[in-house]
Design a binder for this molecule. Structure first.
Ligand code: AMP
Ligand code: MG
Length: 407
């Protein structure tokens, strides 16, 4: 059986980078990934620009300060002064306005005595003072962002300045989520005898959407070969990744892996040395990764955290974090715990201790069906295979920040 780290490395060998792109309005580009380099079509700023309210002048006119300069006119944002300013004169100017011809500096209004059509300067004015020079922020034609950058709120402002609307981004990763089991009903149904309400599709849809994916479908499929096959076939047709839950263990009604194989999904992994959630099925059909996660909700959560998260990152154009990079270190406040031959993951609260070190406190936990404990947890404490953790010891944990409503 492979370790979680080995399994992730093997999975990532198969996950393709994105290729399909689309043009979206800039107003809808937040969180999307650029598919092309971005260049500005103008210089930023596009002209010599005043950064202050005051007076524009040639610094030479104030070299012999104190000096008296005549006010020839005004230049304001959006309405530049038309003419040229001769030596010994100035123009009243406002923040964002173009510096008139003949001027190379601005003196702020606070440092000037004004009477009528004249100003008086006490001190000389340095050349370039309070002037933002043409193209000093960004020159026209220069690449400001490379492909794959994920666009944050401030990036949208940059793209707007560059005239980049619409913007070419990678298409959202299209995910299909199918949960399997004859016992499963929706949250709006009252479970009959032997039935339970299913929550995995809600978890997975939210977790995938948080990473920017588009959910193509999310449904319950019964444990019947024909039903599984037709639901999977439809999903493989219009999705970039298929995630299923349940039906991947060794029971008589665990029919998911066989259905995948009948549809030509090449099996790559079927078991990972991790608890909860050992039976994890992974395969590829052409460019489409297929994840069969076990049905218990904490197993589903861990399977997503371990593998699906990284795969979605790669499919979207990000470099995924490896297992080692995701784990952090903190102090275990619980009792001694041991693992068996698989890495164990225990839900815990995580707080910053007095010395700034993360402190991990165990939660009451009833095993892989206990989504209540996992949803409360800030972290899963990792006990390596054949390992143990002792009170007060530094241990590794997986942060679960984004799953917790109220962390
Ligand atoms: P399985 O992986 O199909 O053997 O299912 C393992 C356990 O998880 C069973 O107790 C199932 O009833 C339960 N289970 C399966 N799918 C879901 C789901 N979508 N939500 C909640 N529990 C589930
Ligand atoms: Mg089942």
């Amino acid at each position: 059986m492979v370790t979680p780290g080995e399994a992730l490395a093997r999975i990532l060998e198969h996950i393709p980078a994105p290729d399909a792109t689309e043009r979206v309005p800039l107003s809808e580009a937040h969180g999307r990934r650029l598919a092309v380099p971005v260049r500005s079509d103008v210089d930023l700023p596009p002209f010599e620009k005043s950064m202050m309210d005051g007076f524009a002048l040639a610094s030479a006119s104030a070299a012999q300060a104190p000096a008296r300069l005549r006010i020839r006119g005004e230049s304001r944002a959006g309405a530049p002064f038309a003419g040229s300013v001769p030596a010994g004169e100035c123009v009243e100017i406002f923040t964002g306005a173009e510096l008139p011809e003949g001027c190379d500096a601005v003196e702020m209004i606070e440092n000037v005595r004004r009477d009528d059509a004249w100003i008086e300067l006490e001190r000389p004015v340095a050349r370039g003072q309070h002037v933002s020079h043409t193209s000093e922020i960004l020159a026209a034609g220069r690449v400001v962002y490379s492909p794959r950058r994920r666009l944050g709120a401030a990036d949208l402002s940059v793209l707007a300045s560059c005239g980049c609307d619409p913007v070419e981004v990678f298409r959202r990763v299209r995910v299909s989520i199918l949960t399997t089991g004859d016992e499963l009903v929706t949250p709006r149904q009252t479970p009959a005898r032997g039935q339970i309400r299913e929550g995995n599709t809600y978890f997975l849809a939210a977790a995938c959407a948080e990473l920017g994916a588009a959910i193509v479908r999310s449904a319950i499929v019964p444990d019947q070969p024909a039903a599984l096959e037709s639901a999977f076939r439809a999903a493989l047709e219009d999705s970039d990744v298929l995630v299923t839950t349940g039906g991947v263990s060794v029971g008589k009604y665990d029919l998911v892996g066989a259905a995948f194989e009948r549809l030509g999904v090449e099996p790559i992994l079927h078991k990972v040395a991790v608890k909860p959630g050992k039976p994890i099925w992974f395969g590829m059909r052409e460019r489409t990764p297929v994840f069969g996660l076990p049905g218990n909700p904490v197993s589903t959560l861990l399977g997503f955290e371990l593998f699906v998260r990284a795969a979605l990152a790669r499919l979207a154009g990000d470099e995924p974090e490896l297992e080692r990079e995701r784990l952090r270190r903190g102090r275990w406040l619980g009792p001694p715990e041991r693992s068996g031959d698989r890495q164990n993951n225990l839900p815990a609260l995580c707080r910053s201790g007095a010395d700034g070190v993360a402190e991990l406190e165990p939660l009451a936990y009833r095993g892989s069906a206990d989504i209540v404990a996992a949803a409360r947890a800030h972290a899963l404490v990792v006990i390596p295979a054949l390992g143990q953790i002792r009170p007060g010891e530094m241990v590794e944990y997986r942060p679960l920040g984004s799953y917790v409503g109220n962390a």
